[in-house]
Design a protein around this ligand. Structure first.
Ligand code: HEM
Length: 574
């Protein structure tokens, strides 16, 4: 069955039930378009809401209007006060306003009325299924990721027939899927290459590349992974990049401290991008970097968006960004090939060279499309994640003075013990950053940058006594593992001391596991540690909106990108 057929089957099942399953319909509405089916099979207020959500085009950008938010918060409040939950204005606002505008409106609602719109709706007795669906739609808009996770882990439980096993059946991204949420089941899926293959949604593959790792055969992946990861694996090979990273961290922090108010996250992402460009492309051209970085930002907004290739939608913009990225990479490949003029250097200069030179056992070289998709994937994976985790680690340290103090003392101790002739950080010193590495692990646990990865069952696979049918997706849900209170008591609390004790295999999977374990894990941790070392010793972050709301997709971040000032401060030992 193709996705559309599957959607139709699921929607049909939901509609045929004596009491239609409205949550399934809302989920399908959020990811696909099936107006005619829905319009013909539903009725009343529910149809009005659902058809409007499905069929209207929303602006997808970040701009918003405070005045509109204020006035529409009042309209929503008035309609709810009058208990006219299906008021045309409610439906117009929810179905036509951008998600950004709606979130500003919900905030304005809270500021004016001292309570949230969902709480006000909850205070009303359930008015058939409609009111429940209205709340579902609002929660999906406010907290897509939180709602998605909760839905996957609790609401679906009754439906799912897999008992209390940490395995859930669901319709996700248009595919029948099984979500695995325990350390054992996650590890099993990630390490069983005989039974599982990558199973990313088609939209992700189209944007990251049909010839990148996420869509590659097992053998080809093994060969190219070995080639590309050798230069970034293990701290010893990384020592080559340590000085470059450190110099750039120092100069960036100095620059930011003179800039006044900045989007801290945006600037860290630029820094991590510069580092990854240096390692993979030996390039520092500001011009190329700016162009690539801009396109990557747009690309990432589309990776988790609806696959609607229509102007105005995130996926459409991302698709265009991919085309621009491909063009930029193509010109770099062309230039490299022209410069060589048939000559193959003895030693590859960087990753791009290595990919141009590599041959398989039959002497076949990679074609341009393959080289470009692999580069495009690496540069993307190599800056977004480390950039976000660096920002969050800094943020958590600022929020928790006791951990900030302890981490700072550890860094001061490293400087105190350093011979006066030594200039910068050494690998040995990085290995001594015991507490700082706990801070980084704890940040990766709380934030869980990659909340889920996708696999597909090659055959009917038995896991813990349950069968995942051939062709079904298996979603490895890292977030449920990392926020499981049985493994991590009080899981949302940031507490680096959790890492004073060892955790069992599978309980901590920030970089995945198995043959697709993140090859950049050591590089990422080293980059983050170098940044925090200099930040702790010499700077502090003064956030403009310390309680700024958080957006979860495509990645967890404060909606103001951590707006603040980087200020110089003194180090006691320097
Ligand atoms: C804190 C930073 C990072 C996090 C949390 C992270 C997380 C992950 C995770 C969870 C996976 C597994 C995907 C799967 O199982 O399908 C992965 C794969 C990958 N990561 Fe990272 N990553 C980080 C940094 C990096 C860096 C710095 C690089 C590049 C230098 C990188 C390159 C890759 C690549 C190429 C893959 C695909 C591996 C494969 O399919 O064989 N990552 N990453």
């Amino acid at each position: 069955m193709d996705p559309a057929q599957r959607d139709a089957t699921f929607a049909n099942d939901a509609l045929k039930k004596a009491k239609p399953d409205y949550k399934v319909l809302i989920e399908i509405a959020c990811t696909r378009t099936s107006e005619e089916d829905v319009a013909s099979k539903t009725n009343g207020d529910f149809r009005k809401l659902l058809v409007a959500i499905i069929s209207t085009y929303r602006y997808d950008g970040d701009e918003f209007d405070e005045g509109v938010a204020h006035s529409e918060a009042n309209i929503l409040h008035q309609a709810i006060e009058n208990k006219v939950f299906s008021h045309d204005e409610i439906i117009r606002i929810l179905s036509t306003r951008s998600k950004k505008q709606l979130n500003v409106t919900f905030n304005a609602f809270r500021n004016i009325y001292g309570t949230t719109i969902t709480k006000v709706l909850l205070a009303n007795p359930i008015d058939g299924e409609y009111l429940g669906s209205l709340r579902t739609a609002i929660r999906c808009i406010k907290y897509p990721q939180r709602y998605f996770a909760k839905h996957a882990c609790t609401d679906l439980r009754d439906d799912i027939r897999y008992g209390d096993s940490g395995i859930y059946k669901a319709l996700m991204f248009g595919n029948p899927s099984v979500i695995v949420t325990t350390p054992e089941t996650c590890k099993k899926v990630l390490t069983d290459d005989d039974n599982f293959t990558p199973g990313w949604p088609i939209s992700t593959i189209e944007l990251i590349g049909k010839k990148s790792f996420i869509a590659m055969s097992y053998e080809e992946h093994k060969r190219l992974r070995r080639l590309t990861s050798s230069s970034i694996n293990g701290m010893e090979s990384l020592s080559l990049y340590l000085t470059y990273i450190e110099e750039n961290v120092i100069s960036s922090l100095e620059k930011w401290s003179n800039m006044g108010e900045i989007e801290f996250l945006t600037h860290i992402r630029k820094l991590t991008f510069k580092i990854i460009m240096h390692i993979f492309l030996s390039s520092e051209s500001e011009h190329v970097m700016e162009a690539l970085e801009r396109e990557y930002t747009t690309l990432n907004y589309g990776v988790r968006a609806m696959r609607i290739n229509v102007p105005g939608f995130a996926y459409h913009k991302a698709f265009k960004a991919r085309k621009n990225l491909v063009n930029i990479f193509q010109s770099i490949v062309d230039e490299r090939k022209k410069l060589r003029n048939g000559y193959i250097p003895k030693k590859s200069k960087d990753m791009m060279d290595a990919l141009i030179d590599v041959e398989d056992e039959n002497g076949r070289k990679l074609d341009d499309e393959e080289i470009i998709d692999i580069m495009l994937m690496y540069l993307n994976a190599g800056h977004e994640s480390s950039g976000h985790i660096t920002m969050w680690a800094t943020y958590f340290l600022q929020k928790h003075p006791q951990y900030h103090q302890k981490a700072k003392e550890e860094q001061e101790e490293i400087i105190r013990k350093r011979p006066s002739t030594q200039k910068g950080l050494t690998l040995k010193e990085i290995r001594q950053m015991d507490f700082l590495y706990k801070v980084i692990d704890e940040t990766m646990r709380v934030i869980t940058f990659s909340l889920v990865v996708f696999r597909e069952a090659k055959f009917d696979v038995n896991i813990n006594g349950y069968t995942i049918p051939k062709g079904w997706k298996a979603l490895v849900w890292f977030r449920s593992v990392h926020l499981n209170p049985k493994i991590y008591p009080n899981p949302k609390e940031f507490n680096p001391h959790r890492w004073d004790k060892e955790h069992k295999a599978g309980e901590f999977l920030p970089f995945g596991a198995g043959t697709r374990l993140c090859p950049g894990n050591d590089l990422a941790k080293m980059e983050i540690a170098v940044f925090l070392h200099h930040f702790l010793l010499n700077y502090q972050l003064e956030q403009i909106n310390p309680n700024c709301p958080v957006r979860y997709l495509p990645h967890t971040r404060p909606i103001d990108n951590c707006l603040g000032r980087v200020k110089k401060c003194s180090s006691t030992s320097m």
